[in-house]
Design a protein around this ligand. Structure first.
Ligand SMILES: [Zn+2]
Length: 381
């Protein structure tokens, strides 16, 4: 065991005196390397506490710049950092916090092409991202390359934290086999968030990393911790490996990062059009007009979906029927007197439908969030 400098002895004095850490534990921390994906609301506290605790090597991946609206929850940064790259600013601040650690920063995005190279030098991975494409990619890579993963997600006042071993037991996909509907996805709705929510989730992630390295305490491995700060409630759920899981189940279909990316491309609709614009409208905007009979809802879901529940007065024209010239002609005629609002279940197919109609000179708008968003709004209206 290498001797500690006087500075380090003093710096870590309160950890040296902990039974669960001591000099041996501090040495384990020093010899460990942790990769934190995302230096945002989750990543900031993770990085700050791991750096302060003396984790020897910290990796930071973040391609974004600091924005003013980040500062209420990303306390690693300050006002003068606005507009600067997060990764390099994180490096600067963390080095000032603890000059005894190594920092490896990456200002590029984590992709299926670089994920293996990024993950391989590190012992454990922390997911501090806020979108499903990244979460599935990180989960799949950790499983395929056998890296423990501490993951978290937050929204408004509530959060969740889990640890997956990488080698066995369940994975993130076992708990979340499909992404949350588009409008509920964490980064999609531009949802409000209390600064302390990711702060707390990030602290829990940091605690899990430290305990994992030290091999001490009861961890969140194969568990899902849910907390709600508005009600001050928490729940601890046990997770089991799902035999049907396409990654870690009995008959997996994802055997490579390439297959993972193909699944993500097919199943995760990124929220590139979350805002209202010429082709997209929210339920909140259109609902009063619908109540006054000023628009017609075109529901492009299947007959079965439509029969299971639909908006009063909506016309069911499944996506396939939009290739029928007679149907197009009828819709074009209707669009001369009525605003056409195209709806599906979650807002994905309706965007495609609006495109098809547009190519046929029929003006329409896609309903953001689809029938699910409509139902939620109607129940509150
Ligand atoms: Zn799984």
């Amino acid at each position: 065991m290498q001797p500690w400098s006087q500075e380090e002895v003093e710096r870590y004095r309160r950890q040296f005196s902990l039974n669960d850490v001591g000099e041996a534990g501090q040495y384990k921390l020093k010899m460990s390397s942790v990769l934190v994906v995302g230096a945002g609301g989750l990543g900031c506290p993770v990085l700050q506490y791991l750096a302060a605790a003396g984790v020897g090597t910290l990796g930071v991946i973040d391609a974004d710049n600091v924005e003013l609206s980040n500062l209420h929850r990303q306390l690693l940064f300050s006002t003068e950092d606005v507009g600067q790259p997060k990764a390099s600013k994180a490096q600067e601040h963390l080095h000032r916090l603890n000059p005894h650690i190594q920092l490896k920063v990456f200002t590029e995005r984590l992709t299926h092409e670089n994920v293996e190279k990024m993950l391989s030098p590190f012992d454990i991975v922390v997911d501090g991202t806020d979108n499903f494409a990244s979460k599935y990619l990180i989960n799949d890579a950790c499983r395929l390359f056998n890296k423990p993963l501490v993951t978290a997600a937050v929204q408004e006042f509530s959060g969740q934290v889990s640890l997956f071993s990488g080698a066995q037991g369940p994975c993130y996909r076992c708990a979340f086999p499909a992404p949350t509907p588009l409008e509920l996805a964490p980064s999609c709705a531009d949802a409000g968030i209390l600064g302390v929510t990711p702060g707390l989730a990030g602290l829990l992630q940091a605690a899990e990393v430290i305990k994992w390295i030290l091999g001490t305490g009861d961890s969140l491995q194969d568990k899902l911790l849910l907390f709600d700060l508005s009600k001050m409630q928490q729940q601890l759920l046990s997770l089991n490996r799902d035999p049907e899981c396409i990654l870690c189940g009995d008959h997996p279909t994802i055997h490579s990062i390439k297959a993972s990316q193909e699944w993500i491309n097919k199943n995760v609709i990124e929220c590139t059009v979350p805002q209202e614009d010429a082709r997209n409208v929210s339920v909140q905007s259109i609902y009063p007009q619908w109540q006054q009979g000023q628009c017609t809802i075109i529901d492009v879901r299947s007959h079965e979906e439509f029969a299971a529940g639909s908006v009063a007065g909506a016309k069911n024209v499944s996506l396939q029927k939009l290739h029928d010239p007679d149907v197009i002609a009828e819709l074009r005629h209707l669009s001369r007197t009525q605003q056409l609002i195209v709806m599906c279940q979650r807002g994905g197919r309706s965007q495609r439908a609006v495109q098809i109609l547009g190519h046929n000179n029929v003006v329409s708008k896609s309903l953001l969030g689809g029938y699910d968003a409509w139902l939620r709004h109607a129940s509150q209206a």
